[in-house]
Design a protein around this ligand. Sequence first.
Ligand SMILES: *Cc1c(COP(=O)(O)O)cnc(C)c1O
Length: 488
Amino acid sequence: MQFIETRGNDGKKPSSVSFSDAILSPSASFGGLYVPQALPNLDKTFLEGHLSSHYKILALDFLQAFDIDIEEEILKEALSRYDSFDDPSNPVPLSQIEDDCFVSELYHGPTRAFKDMALQPFGYILSKLAQNRAENYLIMAATSGDTGPATLETFKNQKGVKVACLYPDGGTSDVQKLQMVTEDASNLKVIGVKGNFDDTQHSLKDLLASEDFKSELKDRGIKLSAANSVNFGRIIFQIIYHIHSYLELVRKEQITMGEKIYLVVPSGNFGNALGAYYAKKAGLPIEKILIASNINNILTDWIRTGTYDLNSRKLILTESPAMDILKSSNIERIMCDKFGAKRTKELMDLLEKEGKFQLTQNELASLREDFDASFSDDVECDKVMGKYAKSGYIMDPHTATCMRAYETLREQPLKTIIYSTAEWTKFSPAVSKALGQEVREDIEALKWVSQHANVKVPAMIDGLFAKPVIHTVVVEKEFIKGEMLNFL
Ligand SMILES: *Cc1c(COP(=O)(O)O)cnc(C)c1O
């Protein structure tokens, strides 16, 4: 399988690349992204053939149907990372919360957010590729919370890859910060930046664009890659759990094979939703993908009106910070698939130059064949968390944004899967507030919710508060480069 570019080819880069090239150097011509030339076929034979398959077998067969240039042994080893999840026999369990509504829990991995689903196997593969090519890679990440811990966790002690992770000092939860600053491995560097997430992300962009930083890297023989969802190496693993979740519903005899369902996806950079779209396109019986947002509801506008307008908006901080995003990177992969590379470049150029674009009526109609969207503010999410806690189900604020979409967007009485993207333990102050008690500090909020709602705090979260802090560096923006060079 070859990969092509969302904004067309500039004549300098190759016009198509292999999977391994696409994940080692994920930036394509004109600032575009790589997309697969075709998708495997998820027909009835494939689905029925995997009704009783373990997650890892389903994943392996899917990856092989994708025909990517990674050896079977490496794929198997990468997928064995799921053995460290809570239940190795099923890394993604499904819980029922309404007669026709099920929660697919994507957070049972080491950092308690759905980022582990893709980053765990992806990290192994990237490191293996680097070793096989005798190359050294630097992964730089700016994080507001979940990507940082999951990226550090997957690459720790992996050869051929170093990770530098920047976080806004004071801009993450205590748990998220501890997950980063207590990671102890010589190939990892964590730097706190004085400023907010935007400042942190800008510093990273400036550094990546700086010619002398690039030449310093070159002198040291280090190449740059990326671990955010611009990297297709993450997206490919985010198709698999949608197939698995569908099969779970069949196994639980909630649907018969072939019956259509709705998926509700809490979205930010649209990687999770893109995985659902590819699964639908490949043949998984999905009626529609319903996109849930918080008050930063630019995706709701895009899907309901065809307008994507950054100018009329300012980022608002919410209780679901992983979705506090205005520039959603993966929508261009959807647009490329539907409208072609030429039109995608046109639209993305408009977004960069004028801060907005508008789809035509036909384009919007095509988008709405697969998607619908809605959003919830924090007050509404708190109500949802409170309501389900009463019936014994504790969910995090990101997951809570899904319920409005479930309640209002379905046009047919079909079974619905909502995705839970984080464990409540990552956002315990918001959860405790929703359950009736405002507790500021994570360590106290974890205790309160755990006692009040009779739920367990897993050892990897509980243990964080006693772990030694390894990374103490917090700097002003202008000192990041020096810190980086020291580390390298
Ligand atoms: C990253 C993240 C999301 C958003 O996922 P995208 O693939 O970027 O749309 C939602 N919830 C949580 C908890 C996350 O960590």
